[in-house]
Design a protein around this ligand. Structure first.
Ligand code: AVI
Length: 323
């Protein structure tokens, strides 16, 4: 067997504050008993959900990933000039780590920290990435950073560039987004943020992106039921539910719901809920921003020295901002 060169690094991996199943299950039961249940979108991301999301990003209809990638590609030198090099690159919601990896050669980080709630998926991705970049110290953090962003000591105290691509910020309502951005700023004192934001555009383009004809987004949404069954012992029958996605113009957001086709019943260890045909559970919001409004949001969270890059259709924006 070939021996590993002494300089080849192994990715380190930490699971932080694993979610308390009892607490989450009480939360879910409470929500299921509401007239219009709302399920936190984090439950979309078990290992299969992460793979389905990866498949979504390859769909022609889902423009955000490729549009953002094109902005990174086209403006990589300007991004590196704006953000500098040699920092600890903290990738929030790293998924398959591909977006950060595409910027390694431009940003030349001294360390890569990948954070994701979907631990098993991240572990695999990070090990593959470490094999391709054996000299770059890497750390994986299994963490639900939607609630807390306290980074462990292992991250080190070097200057940080927080990386939040993919317009995941759009999955927060504006107030919660401002709160989250404040936490990001506090986690990287004196550092920066590189963030991708999906922009407002014609409704037909938006709705196609979230209800593709192949049904991948539908599978991604309905997989949430499988995940809930595995985590909390609910007995959702996936066949009873259909995917619904539409643009809510008043709120400037795509909404995803699961709608009961005929009467559906769900039971869990301490309760049950009956759904009439057409009743819905709200599973995700994806807010679409105007560039100026998003710049205002960053400023309200305490960021300054903003720079932005937008594609030629004005579909997607990448911002750099500093604390
Ligand atoms: C992860 N997030 C930015 C995606 C979005 O576009 O809001 C999640 C997604 N939901 C359906 N398709 C993709």
């Amino acid at each position: 067997m070939p021996s590993t060169p002494a300089s080849t690094l192994q990715a380190e991996f930490l699971q932080l504050a694993p979610a308390q199943v009892q607490e989450l299950s009480d939360e879910l039961a409470q929500s299921l008993l509401q007239p219009q249940p709302s399920i936190a979108p984090k439950f979309l991301y078990d290992a299969l959900g992460s793979k389905l999301f990866e498949a979504i990003t390859e769909l022609d209809e889902y423009y955000p990933t490729r549009t953002e990638a094109a902005i990174f590609e086209r403006h990589r030198d300007a991004l590196a000039r704006a953000c500098g090099t040699g920092h600890t690159l903290v990738d929030l919601g790293a998924g398959n780590c591909a977006k950060a990896a595409s910027l390694f050669s431009a940003l030349r980080p001294s360390r890569y920290v990948a954070v994701d709630i979907s631990v098993d998926f991240l572990r695999r991705a990070l090990h593959e990435l470490q094999a391709r970049h054996p000299q770059l110290p890497m750390l994986g953090l299994g963490l639900d950073f939607s609630n807390t962003l306290q980074l462990p000591l292992q991250v080190g105290d070097g200057p940080k560039l927080m990386f939040y691509p993919g317009s995941s910020i759009g999955n927060f309502a504006p107030e919660a987004a401002a709160e989250f951005l404040r936490r990001v700023r506090d986690a990287a004192p004196g550092g920066g943020l590189l963030i991708g934001v999906d922009l407002l555009k014609p409704v037909a383009i938006l709705e196609r992106a979230y209800d593709d004809p192949l049904g991948v987004t539908a599978a991604f949404n309905r997989n949430l039921l499988r995940h809930l069954n595995a985590l909390f012992g609910t007995d959702f029958d996936i066949a009873d539910w259909r995917h619904v996605a539409f643009f809510n113009a008043a709120e400037s957001r795509i909404e995803m719901h699961l709608e009961a086709l005929a009467g559906a019943v769900v039971r869990w260890p301490e309760g049950e809920r009956r759904f009439a045909p057409g009743e819905r559970m709200h599973t995700e919001n994806s807010y679409k921003w105007r560039p100026d409004d998003f710049a205002g949001l960053l400023e309200s969270a305490g960021f300054s020295r903003l720079q932005q890059w937008i594609d030629k259709h004005r579909w997607f924006a990448v911002f750099a901002a500093f604390s």
